[in-house]
Design a protein around this ligand. Sequence first.
Ligand code: ADP
Ligand code: ASP
Ligand code: MG
Length: 398
Amino acid sequence: MSIIVQKFGGSSVADAERVNRVAGIIADTYRSGHDVVVVVSAQGDTTDDLIEKAMEINPNASKREMDMLLSAGEQISISLLAMAIEKHGLPVKSLLGWQVGVHTDSIYGNARIKTVDTERMTAELSQRNILIVAGFQGINKFDDITTLGRGGSDTSAVALAVALKAEKCQIFTDVDGVYTADPRLVSTAQKQDEVSYNEMLELATLGAQVLHNRSVEMAQKYGIELEVLSSITNQKGTMVKENLTVEKTIIRGVAKDDNITRISIVGLEDVPGVAFKLFDRLAQKHVNVDIILQSVGRDGTKDITFTVSKDQQDVAMEVVTAFDSKAKVSCDNNISKVSIVGSGMETHPNVAAKMFEALYAADINIQMINTSEIRISVLIDINDSKKAVKAVHDAFIK
Ligand code: ADP
Ligand code: ASP
Ligand code: MG
């Protein structure tokens, strides 16, 4: 029997009414003759509320204890959803990450899935049980609970779909697909029928939180097509896949990321190996560096500026201040990164100029620019970020 993996995000199971609605979707899928494995996130704002509780007690709590706490949110939602399915008279079991053998590395708070054991799930499915699995969590080699990073339940769903060789992986959320911009920010945003893995990976990495970027990366690696759709409306969603049947568009979407900090080091010695040593030390501390800019050397010195996510600001600053006592270090987190993504831009030379013109017309100053073949990103003042997304979106998408 073919297996369908369905993932429901926090807003889809936020209250009893929504849990009951989701149970109905799952029951219908099961009754249509499929084996169903469901991945669920914590209800509504549960994860944020748990973080707040932890901050009241110890703002410097260890990541291990944070993972122990945050994984509790999903335990509540899986059991409630299983109870709702029991009302349909269907066989169902809720299971935590460790029970379904989601093994991860030991980077607490941002763990990566290494392997998924399918034994337990296969045995349960052969009994025709519906499985409701806690997303966002796994277990490491010390038998400790780990979490996969915010929004990580999407990645749990794709990992189970890969391991179980599922026929389909559906990501149900509170919007009915992937739009040309966050529909809560831009009222003229348009729903896309299809988005390529590469475009979706860029969009997700650049701040379109509709999918966890690692879920897209994994889906692409293993050729799992993802359908992003609403748990509320009954409409067709967006397919995320390799080869699109729709025409390439210059811009597939606009995204913004306010969760970034810019760090500058001025007056570094202009000799070989400086960049290597600096970024190697940052890598040793697991700091993910995003945009990097190095100035042309002058008078024996050079400057390096780079961005990291806000939660890595403190550790990055520690590394950078200890790096060179003669260099001057500064940091700014009142910035936002606004990006456009589209595989069609490869063949259209004027895309950058058009984006910069839209920002100029909106009186927005660009602080840094970064590009790839299918993306252009600018760093701007955080107070301009919403205006910038709208301006750039309207310049490209009619
Ligand atoms: P879930 O709880 O289901 O995982 P998320 O809040 O993580 O849901 O992701 C869904 C949200 O992503 C939407 O409510 C929407 O505001 C936001 N979003 C950002 N960019 C986009 C986009 N390009 N298309 C659709 N939604 C987007
Ligand atoms: N509950 C987790 C979070 O809020 C995981 C997820 O929603 O995917 O980040
Ligand atoms: Mg999410």
